[in-house]
Ligand binder design. Sequence first.
Ligand code: FES
Ligand SMILES: [Fe+2]
Length: 390
Amino acid sequence: MFMKIIINGRAVKESIPKPQLLSDSDVIERIFNHMDNQTTDLGDRVWQEPVEHYHSQERFEAEIALLKRTPVPYCPSAALPDKGSYIARKAAGTPLLVSRGLDGMVRAFINACRHRGMQVAQGSGCSRAFICPYHAWTYNLEGNLRHIPGQEGFPGVNPEEHGLVEVSAREKGGIVYVMQEGEITEDMLAGCLDYFSPEQQMFETDEMVDEANWKILNETLMEGYHIKSLHSETFYPYGLDNLTLVETYGANSRVTFPFRRIEKMRDVEPDKRCIDGLVTSVYLLFPTASVSVLSKHTNLAILEPISPTSSRWVLYRMVNRAADGVEIPLEEAKRDALFVGDSGQNEDREAARAIQESVASNANSHFTFGHFESAIVNFHQHLAMHMDKQ
Ligand code: FES
Ligand SMILES: [Fe+2]
């Protein structure tokens, strides 16, 4: 399927493939084949990415511009459960306020009061109105300006023309996407999977800042070539080194990392095999988000670039369901999240920060991504394509 995208007034044809991912039993079959032959999925090209792209201000600004014209995950739908639920935070450097209206629709606004620009809400919560903390101009959930204290002091100011400025927001498959320039159409989300079921509960949110370019942090999630060397005492005792399945769908990808305990599926008939709890699946939602389906919980991670050399992780953790559809106990999901966060993920973040310290030196002119790192190659190929379209 092809669709026409307008970027900066120019029409660009972009294919939006319908995601076709392997079934559970095909995933398991392919993993067993790799285990038996000591192989892994391989890409077909080596990619060299200029190191400058990890510290240049110019490149950073071009990437922020891309994020503004791309539908980017903002939060799971479950993070805005009720009418009046809201989350305020920066996206692509702009403070946004995303809320669920009385009609159940999610709307996104630039979080800037129309009086003198103060942010009208902070953090998250549930409210029927947004009262600006500076001089109390008051907006409803639809962003309309409903009250100006001492309105006689503002002759000629028409409240109808001073609502919060809305940007595009759309929900699909349990995720709220926002785009600051232009309108998100259904076609633009055609390549997005249903990542969360409507009943899946969110149990935790978290934020942390790393002194590393967002791409270095993203790259740690997309290959299994480093499992034994970097995670020798954390993930490796449970997982396999350099054995991953890589599937790409447009700019997005799914990388499957098997646990050793997948062996128990050998005795199960192929059509009764189920991967839940036996693999970690990491979906890249191009460009800055990822969904990691772990044993007991799923993590939606959104990377917010702060500067060329620092990034904020915004994390939303959701409870998984067992194969029979029953929700896994909350305590188990929390333990799972603690284990992953305290161990292997910290090692990845440390590695990213260490890499960042040398990017501005002249040690490397390029970073090289090989055949084991094909999901990263796919990411960079698409990023380069989008950068060219500026
Ligand atoms: S800046 Fe919001 S009321 Fe003045
Ligand atoms: Fe890792």
